[in-house]
Design a protein around this ligand. Structure first.
Ligand SMILES: *Cc1c(COP(=O)(O)O)cnc(C)c1O
Length: 427
């Protein structure tokens, strides 16, 4: 028997968590019950003007005894509306209890995971990564216009060719020109010479203000961009810029297993971050996160949002407070050590599968800190793509890559089964 070590594993979290703790279920239930009790009870308090109520009790039976044991479902039934942003200014007093839980979530993510200093960030639970990315572009567009008198055609949105299509939605909605930066085929790294050349060209054509979207785990590859390489080039050309990190996929993985990193708020170039709790965290759909340094989110204040107490500086408007509770429960159920252990399990499975692919001579891309394996389409028989539900980079017949995302349900047994079928097909 030959033993070999295949991967160095992160065995210890190297920063101390202030807010992220492992909390047992009873304590969680108590905490959530307290929060819900501080929200409005429509049965007890007269509110003639609020256009909301709890879920329709003709349809959703709210006296079921199991609800007492299910704080998330209970919060769904009570239906708090977290409209607005609760890390600054005033908020709707009717949902103050559960807004506090949302603030705790924002602190865990911005300070414990992304290394912001105490109280230096704003944030809210968005509907997903798409909204959070659009919110960031909207915020910086307005920032450049209001602070520098920028014209729309002087603003540029830059991101790698592997960037999620939501950034193209943002470009279209906000009418900001998009510049795509090519990446190296094998490493998925931004080609720096091309970045330099394209930025110089954009400046020549009148661009002065740049919004950068830098990835922490691209959707197709799990590749991580270096935000400092953008900062270096943009500084060289004397352009005014802001960097947003799209950590929709990687935000709950990369900064935890790679605690020495430059993708968080300890990097002065990073101004805002997107995370998606409905991907790695397995929260209900409709749960993304937008985080930003203080002093920026105000640029998307909608002055006409007068009926909302406080101010609405979010893209979504009304949104469910239950989503914030779901994120809080997931994080506090695992605690940082339990979460790292879970991530290490996923990374271990990923490494086992990659080692098997190496033995078969099948080419793939994988970031060692991520749980995505992206296989060259030409190295894999198409029958296996449908048989194992691999996802292509492009639907139709132009696919160059197929990916495996090692989620909770993607266990070693299935990966081994895949490798066995692959080896049969290749021999
Ligand atoms: C999934 C994803 C998004 C979009 O997120 P939705 O939650 O589907 O809106 C944005 N960026 C990246 C990198 C993603 O993986």
């Amino acid at each position: 028997m030959v033993y070999f070590y295949i991967q160095s594993v992160t065995i210890e979290l190297n920063s101390k968590m202030k807010y992220w703790k492992k909390i047992n279920f009873d304590e969680q239930r108590q905490h959530i019950a307290d929060a819900l009790s501080k929200n409005i009870d429509y049965q007890k308090i007269i509110t003639l003007g609020v256009p909301g109520s709890k879920l329709d009790s003709q349809v959703f039976y709210d006296q079921a005894s199991f609800l007492k044991e299910a704080p998330f479902l209970q919060s769904i039934v009570q239906n708090p509306n977290h409209i607005g942003c609760h890390t600054l200014g005033e908020s709707e007093p009717y949902f103050a209890g559960t807004q506090e839980i949302e603030r705790e979530v924002i602190k865990i993510l911005s300070e414990d995971i992304l290394k912001a200093t105490e109280g230096s960030c704003d944030g809210y639970i968005a509907t997903g990564g798409t909204e959070a990315n659009i919110q960031a572009c909207w915020m910086y567009r307005n920032f450049f216009m209001q602070e520098y008198g920028a014209r729309l055609d002087e603003i540029l949105l830059i991101a790698s060719e592997d960037t999620h299509y939501s950034v193209h939605k943002a470009s279209n909605l906000l009418q900001i020109d998009f510049l795509s930066i090519p990446v190296q085929m094998d490493t998925r790294e931004i080609i720096e010479a091309e970045l330099d050349r394209l930025v110089a060209q954009a400046q020549q054509s009148g661009k002065k203000y740049v919004i950068v979207i830098s990835n922490v785990g691209t959707t197709m590859f799990g590749s991580v961009d270096d935000p400092d390489s953008y900062a270096t080039v943009l500084t060289k050309y004397d352009l005014v810029f802001k960097i947003h990190m799209d950590a929709a996929f990687g935000g709950f993985i990369y900064p935890i297993v790679q605690s020495e990193n430059n993708i968080g708020f300890n990097n002065p170039h990073v101004s805002s971050v997107t995370l998606d709790a409905h991907k790695m965290l397995q929260a209900p759909y409709g749960t993304g996160v937008f985080l930003s340094r203080k002093g920026l989110i105000n640029y998307v204040l909608t002055a006409e949002a007068k009926y909302v107490n406080g101010m609405d500086i979010t893209l979504s408007g009304s949104r469910s407070g239950a989503n914030a509770i779901a994120v809080w429960m997931i994080l506090q159920t695992y605690g940082p050590h339990g979460w790292l252990e879970k991530l290490n399990t996923l990374l271990y499975r990923t490494t086992v599968c990659c080692t098997d692919l190496d033995k078969l001579g099948v080419r793939y891309y994988r970031n060692p800190q991520m749980n995505i394996i992206t296989i060259r389409a030409s190295d894999i028989p198409f029958t296996l793509v449908t048989e194992f539900g691999l996802v292509p980079d492009s639907h139709g017949n132009a696919s160059q890559w197929y990916k495996i995302v090692v989620m909770d349900h993607v266990q070693i047994d299935v990966l081994k089964q895949f490798i066995e079928r692959l080896s049969q097909q290749l021999s």
